[in-house]
Design a protein around this ligand. Sequence first.
Ligand code: DGJ
Length: 726
Amino acid sequence: MKHILLIAAALFCACLPARATYILIQTDHTQLVLTAQEDGALRTRYYGKRIEAPWQFLNDDSRFHGPNGSGPMTVPTTGGKYVREAALHVRYADGSHNTELYYTGHKSEYRNGVFTTTVMLRDPVTDLAVQLIYDAYEKEDVIVAHTEIVNGGKKTIELLDYASSAMHFEADRYLLTHTWGGWATEMQVERELLGHDTKVIESRRGVQTTQNNNPSFLLSLNTAEFSETAGDVIAGALAWSGNFRLAFDRDDAGRLSVIAGISPFASAYPLAPGETFITPDMVWTFSSAGAGQASRNLHRWARNWGVYRGGQVHPTLLNSWEGAYFTFTTETLLRMIDDAAGMGLEMFVLDDGWFAKDFPRNNDAAGLGDWEVNTAKLPEGIDYVASYAHDKGLKFGIWIEPEMVNPQSNLARRHPEWVVQSPGREIYQERNQWVLDLSNPKVQDFVFGIFDGVMKLSKNIDYVKWDCNRVIQSFGSTYLGKEQDRFFVEYCQGLYSVMKRIRTKYPDVIIQCCSSGGGRVDYGALHYFDEIWTSDNTDGDCRAYIQYATNLIYPPFIMGAHVSAVPNHQSGNVTPLKFRFDMACAGRLGLELQPKNFSARDRALAERCIASYYQYRDLVFTGDLYRLSSPYDSDYYALAYVAPDKSRAVVYTYCLRYQHRTGSQHPFRIDGLDPQRKYKVRELNVDRSCWWGDGQTFTGDFLGTGAFNPDLPQKYSSAVFYLEAE
Ligand code: DGJ
């Protein structure tokens, strides 16, 4: 990539400002304005669409009477005049808790589409130094912020709160959209108007940090209504795969502070003199055109910067899990590979169950930790199966769960000290397994070695599914001794350090981030992983909600989306095969079933759907998402991916609830098209043509009026359309 340094070190001074000054952090359409007063108080005055003369905020600062600590402090600290939710709370060696930061200077530089602004602050009493780093991604309208905290004093201090970033807003109403969930029901949307109190979204699970809540949100300003297309919307996502905390603190004047960062839960982090703590990134975007644009900003940023090899097309696949579970032989796998190749898929992924000899992995009670091939089950070994797949023209993938160990394993016997535990207490099992202590560098080496060792099983391994099937309980580290407060932070840092080594050695392997499904879906993990396993729940109905909400923040191309058998193994629900395909085709398409159980008719439909996917797959990976109908606000779910040059689009429509309507045609407005261009519309995955206009040509503005009204007569009717401009 070409890096051009346009402006270096624009401004730097190491003293209080002689006069009030303002700092502009801006992208093509957005602006963040900070002001520093003569006394050094640094306030965040504005984040929104670009305005002409932002210096005017300096005049307006006069309404924040009083010194440092009053008004929307850029870094709200515990101490001084400030009494609300803090982004930074330090306990000093003398036991005191007060920090007051003063602006000492800032500098900016521009590289290849990114403006980086560094703002320096200092507490003159304790010599604590703080740098705020803002990377402004011009074209994507995204600002990524993190904080570096330096102990400039002579004694070790404790960081009690150390958020990545705080933002402040002034609006009449704040509608918060965020997600809750659990295993197989990840990413369920909740919307709420914020009251005068502090709303906290937090994870204390150590790993599987996103199974319940995701570290992300949308905030619609001055409205009680969620709108795709209108109004000011902020979106935020913390890039961290460990414990997190998002606080929404609304004061008596109605101002809102959003403070996002690592959760301080059991993590009073010690910082020695001269040491620096670097927080994870907080990703922000602003849209003045509703939630749709906010999501598209994040998706574009994810494609260009935020996700490992973002936007690169990934192969379709057959995964062995729900089709074979733990019960397979080499023969079973070869026949699945034959079927995958026959149906036009591009990869076969061997899931759980292939490893461990002394404690064979024939169920989930044994084997994790012992990563040698179970030759009793697969006497010919992995290379034989992987090479067979390659000979058939398929890529090959394999499953691992390297952070975990079963008590029933050689590893648990050899290294009991590597297990996460608290002295003298029972180490609780979940899914019959324990967690390995990734804060320990020896364990990091071991986990890297698992990946490295598995890659050596065959030169034909193209894809690794990295699983993580439990949360941390009875937390503690034998390695960290008395410094247990480091544990949660250093576990996650240890994971990232392993991933860095893996990516250095294996830059081209596709790695899926799976954690019992969507237990680790965040931009921290996605810096290293190519995709996620969106959920173990592949029921097309449930997936409508899970995929809709995942895409509020994360791009469609990261979603592993599989067609599985019915009744669904998680929900017991029965949906038509076409509906399941139409839903899975909105992500990275895969199958997770035993293909030999297909009827001839179903197999033919499957082959048709797979073949048609390749016509528009690039739009899943690089198109812009337009949500046309939300499963929460309508009986229908519909979305479109539109090529950035608006020359092509794919439109998905689903009926989720049958309302006994006499006319079953439902109107959708296809947003995002070029109003002037003419598009030929063709229905794909057809088992019964369902739009009168199929095969005809229409202008983009006509398709945006609601005249696009496919016939979706029943619950689980669905249709997919491909649009090409003339
Ligand atoms: C949980 C994952 O989400 C599943 O897809 C599968 O890989 C199992 N683990 C295997 O144990």
